[in-house]
Design a protein around this ligand. Structure first.
Ligand code: HEC
Length: 186
């Protein structure tokens, strides 16, 4: 290899490395400090445990991260509540909510329509978030890739839920339960 072609090879290699670096670094640079803070809080608080499909079955589907659960919480006397889709899909998620509306639901339990969220959604704990941290969570949720998934419910205490449920039952009854339905045991 003569000096010129060596130089051309080096230039090509340097270019390739620069492109690779650009590709790798760009997403990190594109994320604002507020969104990064929101990502951190959502990860540490574990919103995904309840709000990602499969999360309550121990097999979260991370391709549909925070896209809404497939299991309902049966709260004695109150009904059955499925953790909704938190991604910005306008029809099935939080796409039409303002960041302020998300912060209000998160920290006071009040949805835009006025309904108070069931206490299994830990909003009374999230009431202690600083305003900046609550806004950062809302900004991060708005930055997520939208997932199209409408969760069913909420169901009243006497209604039959269309999803498997987690319930508070006596241990003696639990011991007699049949295996979980196929959709919950895959
Ligand atoms: C223990 C399970 C659980 C955890 C953890 C949890 N949620 Fe929820 N969340 C729920 C359930 C269940 C509902 C639905 C309650 C209802 O419909 O009354 C809900 C409702 C919501 C709503 C209202 C959405 C709507 O369409 O009505 C928002 C916003 C929300 N959660 C955000 C979060 C965020 C952000 C986190 C983490 C910081 C989080 N949740 C952690 C279970 C949970």
């Amino acid at each position: 290899m003569n000096a010129r072609s060596k130089c051309a090879t080096m230039t090509a290699l340097t270019g390739a490395v620069a492109i690779l670096l650009g590709v790798c670094i760009r997403p990190a640079l594109a994320e604002s400090p507020e969104v990064a803070r929101g990502r951190y809080l959502v990860t540490v608080i574990g919103c995904s445990d309840c709000h990602t499909p499969g999360g309550l079955l121990g097999r979260p589907d991370m391709t549909r991260f925070l896209g809404g659960s497939d299991v309902g919480f049966a709260i004695p006397g109150l009904g059955i509540f499925v953790a909704p889709n938190l991604t910005p899909d306008p029809a099935t998620g939080l796409g039409k909510w303002t960041e302020k509306e998300i912060v209000t639901a998160l920290t006071t339990g009040v949805r835009p329509g006025g309904r108070i969220l069931a206490p299994i959604m830990p909003w009374s704990s999230f009431a202690h978030l600083t305003p900046g941290d609550a806004m950062a969570i809302a900004a991060y949720l708005k930055s997520l890739p939208p997932v199209v998934h409408q969760v069913p419910g909420p169901f009243g205490p006497k209604q039959v839920a269309t999803v498997p449920v987690e319930a508070v039952i006596p241990g003696t009854l639990y011991a007699t339960l049949p295996p979980p339905p196929a959709s919950a045991s895959q």
